[in-house]
Design a protein around this ligand. Sequence first.
Ligand SMILES: Nc1ncnc2c1ncn2[C@@H]1O[C@H](COP(=O)(O)OP(=O)(O)OP(=O)(O)O)[C@@H](O)[C@H]1O
Ligand SMILES: [Mg+2]
Length: 247
Amino acid sequence: MEVLHVNQLHKRFGPLEVLKGVDLTAHRGEVIALIGPSGSGKSTLLRCIIGLEKAESGEIRCEVPLGMVFQNFNLFPHKSVIENLVEAPVIVKKMKRAEAEPLADDLLKKVGLEDKREAYPCQLSGGQKQRVAIARALAMQPEIMLFDEPTSALDPKLTKEVLQVIANLAREDMTMIIATHEMGFARNIADRVLFMKNGVIHAQGSAEEMLGDPQDRELREFLAMEHEEHAAQELFDGDAVFERSAE
Ligand SMILES: Nc1ncnc2c1ncn2[C@@H]1O[C@H](COP(=O)(O)OP(=O)(O)OP(=O)(O)O)[C@@H](O)[C@H]1O
Ligand SMILES: [Mg+2]
């Protein structure tokens, strides 16, 4: 069953045409990885879908509630974890606190942070903040979750704990669209991979078709570049580099 349908979406920022006719369909329970070079329009597409940006033309049809998780967490810094989680359900959904709190506690358990209930965002690691952000989005009981590079602000160890939470959601058949540069993760988790380039979906297919040994030349070039960047990043992050230079 189709839960999201995007048809010929166009979006520009002043003279810059960012989305040049994007078509996208998501089915219930499907996990879609959105990949593509920096500036290709991935964030803009997700922001249009959830309504943070307004497209000039085209159509977005979605009958079910959406949630979104951002790269930089966007938690309320002056509110405790539990307050971050109950705020929107109580204010926006008019849910009773007595209902919202147990729901929030369940979600904290789900992301492995029940012991951080009373903590403030500044007392959490990046990975923990992002897991709170995921729980907070889930508190609005969305049927589709959009993730915009949920791990790109995190180091590899913290990335893993966040990806694990997202993988658990996939197992529970949550419909998800995930903009990511984590190709290994995309290959493991995605039912379908969309490759964005220059404001359109340039190619799409199963994770295996797209990330295994793809035929499309531009996709191959992109993957080779990502691979190189990733390797360079690991070199920077690796303790080995520091040990060696300390000799
Ligand atoms: N609010 C804005 N005003 C002006 N230009 C913008 C705005 N938001 C995005 N852009 C431009 O639109 C283009 C697409 O940006 P977008 O953030 O969607 O790319 P992206 O695919 O998410 O890239 P990345 O992988 O780096 O996150 C870029 O050239 C960007 O500079
Ligand atoms: Mg982006």
